[in-house]
Design a protein around this ligand. Structure first.
Ligand code: BGC
Length: 379
């Protein structure tokens, strides 16, 4: 089966799942569960999802963090391709959102406020004057409930969280469900579902930092990236979109044909200088709102290839510009600048203040759904 056919099959399976979601079986998380420590007085766990082809994800219900993601290289040798910590203590001390679920609003909301139906909502300004990744104690820093009844055929972990009305300034009681699945065709599928009892805004993603070569020991500049995106949303000095949707043609943000991440990253380009590298939202080429490929990354030495498929309209490509060697992660590796890249599927940053962008409003009676698939192969 081709990678595409496999993905389409997976998508059909994904659509078959409902929000309430679940056939009831007695076990969960094939591969096991072990204690990972205590947060806010609650014990949290590390779950292992493993398939028969050498792929394994370890995920904790603290922040829904993907702690490790093991994928074979071209010689069949397994390797961890995400950054993070060996233990919970690291995540509690400091983290640039390693592997976490990000919400209620992934990326930035300008001036830490937005209006909805004529009412203004004030948020925490945790990134200069702006809100980043949902505020001070957002979805990446809370303990999620594990739906132990959810046990489909493929190794999966279903997490739920109820975000209270007013939490981090956002209106509406929001019920969120995130389902991680390691598929038989070496993909990690992430499905998001949400409902709210009052109008609100919502933008969910996962913030994994990938290095397909060496778990973050060296920079990712030699990885070859393709983005299925002809436009991006230019930013200002605060990394807030200006509202323009600009063609990538003739700019270092043009990844419509595969090129090395490092090939143009130091170009004297206004947008790259503002972000100190790549840290932008690309507008995915699409018709309709189904699952489409947004990105492909190939790493020549390991032979690993990752594709990102999503139902979202945008993707944030971030080159770890703010990593600076001060974080020592798994196996004692000090993560230097550009030791990893993120490909965060999302709605566009600052959409609540930009009526011209696809809407992020969720109304009562609606169910928000979103699917992203990270699929792996070798070449
Ligand atoms: C943002 C970056 C930020 C990083 C870690 C990314 O999604 O675009 O600007 O530094 O997350 O917080």
């Amino acid at each position: 089966m081709t990678q595409t056919a496999a993905l389409l099959g997976m998508y059909a399976a994904a659509l078959a799942l409902s929000f309430a979601g679940c056939t009831s079986h007695t076990s969960s998380a094939p591969g096991g569960k072990k204690s990972f420590g205590t947060v806010d007085g609650k014990e949290v766990f590390l779950y292992t999802l493993r398939n028969a082809h050498g792929m394994e994800a370890r995920i904790t219900n603290y922040g829904g963090i993907i702690v490790s993601l093991i994928v074979p290289d071209k010689n069949g040798k397994p390797g961890d391709i995400v950054l993070g910590y060996d233990s919970l203590a690291g995540y509690l001390r400091t983290t640039p959102y390693f592997g976490a679920i990000v919400g209620r609003y992934a990326n930035r909301i300008g001036k830490a406020r937005f209006s909805l139906n004529g009412k203004e909502y004030a948020l925490a300004a945790n990134d200069g004057t702006n809100t980043l990744h949902g505020g001070l104690k957002a979805f990446d820093k809370v303990v999620w409930t594990v739906d132990e009844t959810y046990a489909p055929a493929e190794p999966s972990l279903a997490l739920t969280y109820v975000s209270k009305d007013g939490e981090e300034g956002f209106p509406g009681t929001l019920k969120v469900r995130v389902v991680y699945t390691v598929t038989d065709s070496n993909a990690l599928r992430i499905e998001y579902f949400a409902t709210s009892d009052a109008p609100t805004v919502l933008n969910l993603t996962n913030h994994s930092y990938f290095n397909l070569a060496d778990s973050g020991r060296t920079a990712v500049l030699g990885h070859e990236l393709l983005l299925d995106a002809g436009r991006f949303t230019p930013i200002d000095a605060g990394l807030i979109p200006t509202g323009e949707m600009r063609s990538v043609a003739g700019t270092p943000l043009d990844f419509r044909t595969s090129s090395q991440i490092g090939a143009r990253i130091e170009a004297k380009d206004e947008q790259l200088l503002l972000a100190r590298g790549y840290d932008h939202n690309w507008i995915i080429d699409r018709t309709g709102n189904g699952l489409v490929r947004a990105a492909r990354v190939a790493e020549p030495k390991s032979g690993r290839v990752m594709e990102v498929w999503t139902t979202e309209p945008g993707i944030q490509f971030y080159t770890g510009n703010f990593l600076d060697g001060t974080i020592t992660g798994k196996n004692g590796v000090a993560y230097q600048r550009r030791a990893a890249f993120c490909l965060e599927t999302q709605h566009f940053p600052d959409s609540p203040n930009r009526p011209e962008f696809p809407t992020t409003v969720l109304n009562p009676g609606e169910t928000f759904t979103s699917t992203t698939v990270y699929s792996f192969a070798t070449q």
